[in-house]
Design a protein around this ligand. Structure first.
Ligand SMILES: *Cc1c(COP(=O)(O)O)cnc(C)c1O
Length: 441
């Protein structure tokens, strides 16, 4: 499969180049040159396939010949090695729980799949590549865990000191091995700015080739199609009119759902649920794209004013607005509604939402009020314990901490503390030695 840049459709690259570069040199996002179609008998018999078989069938055309079948099957198996259960919450409302992975958020799937692909592409290179990433919390944790011990790949994570939750900091700073955390005395924007500058720095690129694990990377975006197939398999028999409500920030996840529908999954409608960062709900009302400034909310992984993947959504619908509007509704919810919903759903249905899932739940209820015949799945994208500090008082004490993260609290944090200064970070980057820099294959 070839991928073209959305800035210039004539610029086409292989899957390997798209994964390694992340973004086209003209700063366009990569997009597959054609939409493969799944075999209808595969869809009809979906219940006979394992998670891993479904993942392989769904992704194989997007990868093409560039990764041999046995390798790709292994990468998919390593990606989908935890459950994706569906829980009924209330009338016509089901939660697809995407938080049973190692870092308790759905970004584990994309990060693990990308790590597998990059590890494969780097298998014969003498020089390791360094994945450089800035994080406000969730992305860094998923990337650290996904790339841990991948031969030929070293990971440097920049995070703003004291601005990530305790659990997130432990996830970033306790792995060791090929993972290093730089604790920046500044904001997330400072971290992101430093990372952008580093990518353009020829001296660094010559000594320590850099790549990004940004969420726009096709290897992080496309495997998110898996969720929708796994949900459909669990829902299929009784629910012909299926809609998905996706709590959205950068719109990568929902766009993967739309791609799943484009290759053949029967989905009747998508709901993009946002917090107060409502650029897309406003766009759907006015057809004017006017990103403002991001405002902080309870569902902070969705505090995005200018969602990078929305250009992919538009591309998928051929920039045809009526068609997009027929397939997707978009609603925005504020923090007050989010917190109230978390309390109410726990009280009435005994289901514990995280703030992102709560936004998805609200989006689904609003849609069901307009279309009562539908059955909806909302995506529960993170475990509530990740946002314990800001949970409404009434439910905070009820949040249970999964055993696999309990042990993290006892582990020693290891980070390099640096000022928010490019030269200081550069010097450290050029000198960093990794414990396992003698990589075995
Ligand atoms: C990243 C994230 C989102 C937003 O997903 P997008 O693909 O950026 O729309 C939602 N919930 C959680 C918990 C996240 O970490």
């Amino acid at each position: 499969m070839q991928y073209y840049s959305l800035q210039n459709p004539a610029h086409k690259v292989s899957f390997e180049t798209a994964v390694t570069e992340g973004m086209a040199p003209d700063k366009g996002l990569y997009f597959p040159e054609r939409i493969p179609q799944l075999d209808p008998t595969f869809l009809k018999n979906l219940h006979q396939y394992s998670d891993q078989e479904i993942g392989y069938e769904v992704i194989k055309e997007f990868v093409g010949e560039e990764i041999p079948e046995a390798q790709l099957r292994k990468i998919v198996a390593d990606t989908l090695h935890f459950p994706f259960p569906i829980q009924k919450v209330s009338r016509a409302t089901y939660a697809l729980e995407l938080f049973h992975g190692p870092t308790l958020a759905f970004k584990d799937v994309g990060a693990r799949f990308m790590a597998g692909c990059l590890g494969y592409f780097r298998r014969n290179s003498k020089k390791p590549v360094t994945v450089l990433v800035a994080t406000s919390g969730d992305t860094g944790a998923a990337v650290a865990s996904g790339f841990y011990n991948v031969p030929g790949v070293e990971v440097v994570i920049l995070y703003p000191s004291r601005m990530v939750s305790t659990l997130q900091e432990k996830q970033l700073t306790t792995l060791g091995g090929n993972i290093r955390a730089l604790e920046i005395l500044g904001t997330f924007d400072d971290c992101q700015q430093i990372v952008k500058t580093a990518f353009l720095d020829q001296e660094i690129q010559a000594k320590r080739p850099l790549t990004s694990a940004n969420s726009i990377n096709v290897a992080r975006w496309l495997p998110q199609m898996f969720y929708y197939f796994l949900a459909y398999r669990q829902m299929k028999a009784a629910h012909p009119k299926l809609v998905f409500s996706v709590p959205s920030g950068n719109f990568g996840n929902i766009c993967a759902g739309m791609m799943a529908a484009a290759i053949g999954l029967p989905v009747s409608h998508f709901i993009a649920a946002t917090n107060s960062n409502d650029t897309i709900p406003r766009f759907m009302q006015t057809q004017e794209y006017k990103p403002g400034r991001a405002v902080p909310t309870l569902s902070n992984a969705m505090d995005v004013a200018d969602p990078s993947n929305f250009v992919r959504v538009l591309e998928l619908y051929g920039k045809n607005f009526p068609q997009l509007a027929a397939s997707m509704s978009a609603y925005s919810f504020n923090d007050k509604d989010t917190a109230r919903t978390m309390e109410r759903v726990y009280k009435e249905y005994h289901y514990m939402l995280d703030p992102h899932g709560a936004v998805g739940y609200l989006g689904l209820q609003q849609y069901l009020a307009e279309d009562p015949d539908a059955t909806g799945v909302f995506l529960e994208t993170a475990h509530p314990v990740k946002f314990e500090d800001t949970a409404p008082k009434a439910i905070r004490d009820e949040i249970h901490t999964p055993a696999k993260v309990m042990s993290l609290y006892g582990k020693e944090k290891s980070s390099i503390v640096l000022p928010a200064d490019y030269q200081a970070v550069k010097k450290t980057l050029l000198q960093l030695e990794f414990q396992n820099s003698e990589l075995s294959h």
